[in-house]
Design a protein around this ligand. Structure first.
Ligand code: HEC
Ligand code: HEC
Ligand code: HEC
Length: 446
């Protein structure tokens, strides 16, 4: 016998063995991923008799309050459309998705749904429609209590039924193959525990009732992390980027980090006041946050707003936040101011003051201002380009507004004046570019 065939026999056995080991490892990994997204339970939609609704006015009122905090109205109403009848478009790199009709119409809404099915769609993101897309914050809603789910359904069931089917989604494959793509996505990314802060271990003092309530509201119904957490691959929300700040898909605005360092200058009652009124001595809320306050958090009870604030101020900064801050301060806006100071003197100083200290309560200071110095420059760019107005709330009945400079200043002048206000009067933040300004034009409407 020559050694050659023996070697090849040996390597074939080795090859078969490696293939078997690989197949086994692949199978184990798939099984692990399948179990990590919850196993079979989430995929089985419970059937049952249509729910007849509730005749308890207290429960319905409680549901209406919860619907405010969950902001169901905003996502489930099209511009100028009938409240809760759906069809609001959600744009992303995968195309356009439309929200569902939540009114009790039997054909196009939730009229035929059982309470178990409603519960299942909120908790697991699966309904008779199929596996739902994560534009619907079901990972957050998975933390709701049974009592709150029932109250929400009680509220929705007594709305006037509206017959309105959502337009067909316009997404590209493979995202458009709903069950196929979402099954894969859930295996890789659906981890409800990643969107809720873990309760500190037994070693420390037990968390207060207010803290627990705050966490329930912020991480559950309030789904604040949907904008404020950093995104991972394919729109996922990894635990490592919890509340680390992010540019909001398709909207242009940047939601800053929310953690105990980022909010160090806010007292809890100030933060609660901001959530209920949209204004504060640290500046007002604009853009997406103004919308959240206007449609949702201004309706919080004082206790619930305070509970949220208490919780927010205990969040540990995500590692990536520290990194962002360091690079921002290493790159102070020394270049790119160009004509910015003159533009400021001519266009802005009348209202905001030559010294950047603002005027009275109506014209906010830009010196030391959090929005001006936020890690990303997009928010001040948007303010200058499109102007802005804080939300109308109980504590801010007649807001003054900031005028838009879109047609008045060139993109270069906008970049320069933003760089000026990000570096004058002791302010320190990274420089913006003309391309940053240009990129905002296409996102004007949001
Ligand atoms: C950030 C936007 C957003 C918010 C907030 C939101 N939804 Fe939705 N919801 C959606 C979108 C988008 C869909 C459609 C998902 C899909 O087609 O896969 C949806 C789907 C649903 C469905 C499934 C309907 C069906 O026919 O399968 C239910 C039920 C639902 N939402 C209830 C609620 C309730 C109750 C609230 C408030 C507590 C709420 N949603 C808040 C965006 C949102
Ligand atoms: C739709 C996206 C979105 C959602 C949802 C959202 N925010 Fe915001 N938030 C923003 C944006 C954008 C800003 C920055 C704009 C500004 O400062 O005016 C912001 C700013 C803030 C600020 C000011 C922080 C600072 O340092 O300036 C606080 C506090 C805040 N949000 C709390 C919350 C809480 C609490 C929730 C949940 C109830 C929430 N946000 C939900 C988009 C969002
Ligand atoms: C006619 C008066 C006026 C002029 C001129 C003006 N602003 Fe404003 N600006 C305001 C008002 C009023 C607000 C607050 C709006 C609100 O709270 O609803 C504001 C808000 C802002 C904010 C957000 C600050 C915060 O946190 O509340 C920035 C940034 C800003 N202005 C920058 C500028 C720059 C840069 C210019 C010049 C290019 C400028 N403004 C010109 C009146 C003005």
């Amino acid at each position: 016998m020559s050694p050659a065939p023996r070697r090849s026999g040996f390597s074939r056995r080795r090859w078969l063995l490696s293939a078997a080991v690989l197949a086994l490892a692949g199978f184990a990994l798939a099984l692990w991923l399948f179990l990590a997204q919850g196993g079979l339970t989430p995929l089985r939609v419970p059937v049952g008799e249509p729910w007849q609704g509730s005749d308890d006015p207290g429960q319905i009122a409680h549901g209406a309050y919860l619907a405010r905090i969950g902001n169901c109205l905003t996502c489930h109403t099209s511009r100028g459309g009938i409240p809760y009848a759906g069809s609001r478009p959600f744009r992303s790199e995968y195309g356009v998705l439309y929200s569902s009709n939540l009114t009790p119409d039997p054909e196009t809404g939730l009229g035929e749904w059982s309470l178990a099915e409603f519960n299942h769609s909120l908790r697991h993101g699966v309904s008779r429609t199929g596996l739902l897309y994560p534009a619907f914050p079901f990972a957050h809603f998975s933390h709701l209590t049974d009592e709150d789910v029932e109250a929400l359904f009680a509220f929705l069931r007594q709305l006037p039924p509206v017959r309105q089917a959502a337009p067909a989604n316009a997404m590209s494959a493979p995202a458009s193959w709903r069950n196929f793509s979402m099954f894969g996505w859930r295996m890789l990314f659906h981890r409800p525990s990643a969107v809720i802060a873990q309760v500190p271990d037994d070693s420390g003092p037990a968390p207060s009732q207010a803290w627990q309530r705050g966490r329930y509201l912020v991480d559950g119904l309030g789904h604040c992390a949907m904008c404020h957490s950093g995104r991972g691959a394919l729109q996922s929300l990894p635990a490592s980027r919890y509340m680390a700040g992010e540019h909001i898909t398709g909207q242009g605005w940047y939601a800053p980090p929310l953690d105990r360092e980022a909010l160090a200058h806010w007292q809890e009652p100030e933060l609660a006041y901001y959530l209920r009124n949209g204004v504060s001595r640290h500046g007002s809320a604009y853009g997406s946050m103004a919308e959240v306050i206007f449609t949702s958090t201004q309706f919080l009870t004082e206790d619930d707003a305070l509970a949220m604030a208490i919780y927010l101020k205990t969040i540990e900064p995500a590692p990536s936040v520290r990194h962002d801050r360091r690079s921002a301060s290493r790159d102070p806006a020394s270049a790119g101011i160009g004509n910015g100071m003159n533009v400021y003197r001519q266009q802005c100083a009348d209202c905001h003051g030559l010294d950047g200290r603002g005027r009275g309560l109506d014209y906010p200071p830009l010196a030391g201002n959090r929005l001006v110095m936020s890690a990303s420059g997009v928010n001040p760019i948007r303010m200058v380009l499109f102007g802005g107005v804080a939300p109308v709330t109980g504590g801010n009945r007649q807001p003054h507004s900031m005028p838009p400079y879109l047609t008045w200043l060139s993109d270069r002048e906008v970049a320069e004046v933003v760089n000026y206000i990000r570096s004058a009067w002791g302010n320190q933040a990274s420089a913006v570019t003309i391309d940053d300004v240009r990129a905002q034009h296409s996102l004007m409407l949001h």
